[in-house]
Design a protein. Structure first.
Length: 528
């Protein structure tokens, strides 16, 4: 049994405001009240119940209200995923319980069909894989709704053609739609869909199938490869180009099979399509926050309109999002809003290439393929050269230090630079984000919560930051590289700082490190 959130509850009020914005064709405003609700992970269960109840209302006028609850659920789940990634036990448990609740709604028949897909799409948006329990519930729900006879090949082909038409022939959009709709579906069912797409009469479906080589699930990648091997002699020139481009984006054990498909295609006379010229009118990147997260924004011209590509880096390339073409005025508004949320600075093509290729390799090292949106971005900006390549931060640091005047690297000069680090390192909108935030730090903070702030900061400095000095040295190396893109920024000072930390300089002699320790204590107190 579920109940709708009351109109006066925080969830109900915000859902109606969001629904009103959607009804007018606008995105909702990020008010303090909405941000507070999103940060309140405990209310995610009320949001879920409210969405389930609203989906049961047979009233088309209320459709935007369901979207309002769905928007809140997506944001709350993403917030919990961020906390889970930092190791917080509470967030880990809540994500498990949310998935259990969705599974129970599905098993009880309260979530079916489009409603169930809409709910699991919130998990997809948040980057949360479906649990085994939820996958079982989804499989049972699909089986209960299925007709006696499975759909024929003709019916499947017709469905794929209809979806492709809805996506205006865009295989990247088709993949995104299928990923949302199929989140949590049994792997076998998704693999069968890949086979159907590969053999479909619709060209968009066939081109989309190749893109699923970058799917996170190995079984899906294997199904794509098997289909490619069966039909290697008839693949399109575009598919051939994309296979060659993404060959090194895949795990090493798959590359030999890709080479085999390419050889067969070329022997059959398939010519490789040329890369689009692409464009990048402007490139901006944010500085790195305390978690190491960084954003890059690329503006490309598409005819008379502009297209914005957004990339998120955090221990590797995490996500790539490409917006629909829009007018220069609309894009300027989007960029202005982004500039108020993060510190952005123009950067060069070379800098973008460096962080993209490094992020790709970090992702591969973690067993994750780069997101499929990266291929779309590469085609949009004409970056055929993007290939995984790790950047050793110590080598980068050595190169930075080598470019600093010798007079600034003398011991006395280094000490003088470090003593003033609380001044030149206090980058507006960025330095405040420099703190540690994870379960282990929270435990340490709780054990010392009764001590004075200075004593707590000293303890964090001597334990947490001392243990993680290499992490901060690396973060400051990448900060120096980012600042070097502008002539008037303190990249030399950050290089000296990173070098001192990497080479064992006492942290309690570096004011900026004291500031990071104090920020950590304050962040833990706020979280508590």
């Amino acid at each position: 049994m579920v109940r709708k959130a009351t109109a006066n509850s925080p969830v109900g009020r915000q859902a109606r405001k969001i629904a009103s914005a959607f009804a007018k064709g606008r995105m909702p405003s990020r008010t303090r009240e909405l941000e507070a609700l999103i940060d309140d992970g405990e209310s995610v269960f009320e949001t879920l119940d409210a969405l389930v109840a609203q989906l049961a209302v047979d009233d088309s006028d209320e459709g935007f209200l369901a979207q309002g609850y769905h928007f809140i659920l997506c944001e709350q789940l993403e917030g919990l995923r961020f906390q889970r990634d930092r190791g917080y036990d509470l967030a880990i448990g809540m994500i498990e319980n949310v998935q259990r609740a969705i599974a129970q709604h599905a098993s009880a028949g309260r979530l079916t069909g489009a409603g169930l897909s809409m709910t699991t799409a919130a998990l997809h948006h948040a980057g949360i894989p479906a649990s085994a329990e939820l996958q079982t519930a989804i499989e049972s729900s699909i089986a209960a709704e299925a007709s006696t006879d499975p759909p024929s090949e003709t019916e499947v082909a017709g469905l794929l053609e209809m979806i492709a038409e809805m996506c205006d022939g865009d295989p990247f959009l088709l993949i995104e739609q299928l990923a949302e709709a199929g989140h949590g579906m049994p792997v076998e069912a998704r693999a069968n869909m890949v086979v159907a797409m590969s053999a479909a009469g619709d060209a968009t479906a066939r081109e989309a199938a190749i893109l699923m080589l970058l799917d996170p699930e190995p079984t899906i990648r294997a199904a794509v490869l098997a289909a490619l091997e069966r039909g290697a002699h008839v693949i399109s020139p575009l598919t051939l180009r994309r296979l060659i481009a993404t060959r090194n984006w895949l795990p090493a054990d798959l590359r030999g099979r890709i080479d085999g498909v390419v050889r067969t295609a070329r022997a059959a006379g398939v010519e490789c399509a040329t890369w689009p010229a692409g464009s990048s009118d402007t490139i901006q990147a944010s500085g790195l926050d305390g978690s190491g997260a960084q954003t890059a924004l690329i503006v490309s011209s598409v005819g008379r309109r502009k297209c914005l590509t957004s990339m998120l880096f955090k221990r590797g390339l995490r996500d790539v999002w490409i917006g629909a073409p829009q007018s220069a005025r609309e894009l300027a508004s989007v960029l202005s809003k982004a500039g108020r949320e993060v510190v952005l600075m123009p950067v060069s093509h070379g800098y973008l290439d460096r962080i993209v290729c490094h992020g790709m390799q970090l992702a591969l090292d973690a067993g994750v393929c780069p997101p499929v949106g990266l291929l779309q971005a590469a085609e949009l900006v004409g970056a055929a050269h993007w290939q995984p390549k790790r950047q050793d931060w110590r080598e980068l640091l050595a190169a930075l230090v080598a470019d600093i005047p010798a007079s600034l690297t003398e011991p006395a000069a280094v000490i003088a630079t470090l003593r003033k680090s609380d001044d030149w390192a206090a980058l507006p909108g960025l330095a405040d984000s420099w703190f540690e935030d994870d379960q282990d730090v929270a435990r340490i903070a709780r054990r010392n919560s009764r001590a004075a702030l200075e004593q707590q900061a000293a303890h964090v400095l001597q334990t947490v930051l001392e243990e993680r000095r290499d992490r901060w040295a690396e973060l400051f190396v990448w900060t120096a590289l980012w600042l070097r893109e502008a002539d008037d920024q303190p990249w030399q000072e950050f290089s000296i700082l990173a070098n001192a930390i990497a080479n064992g300089h006492e942290l309690d002699q570096i004011p900026v490190m004291w500031g990071i320790a104090a920020n950590t204590v304050l962040a833990m107190a706020t979280a508590a």
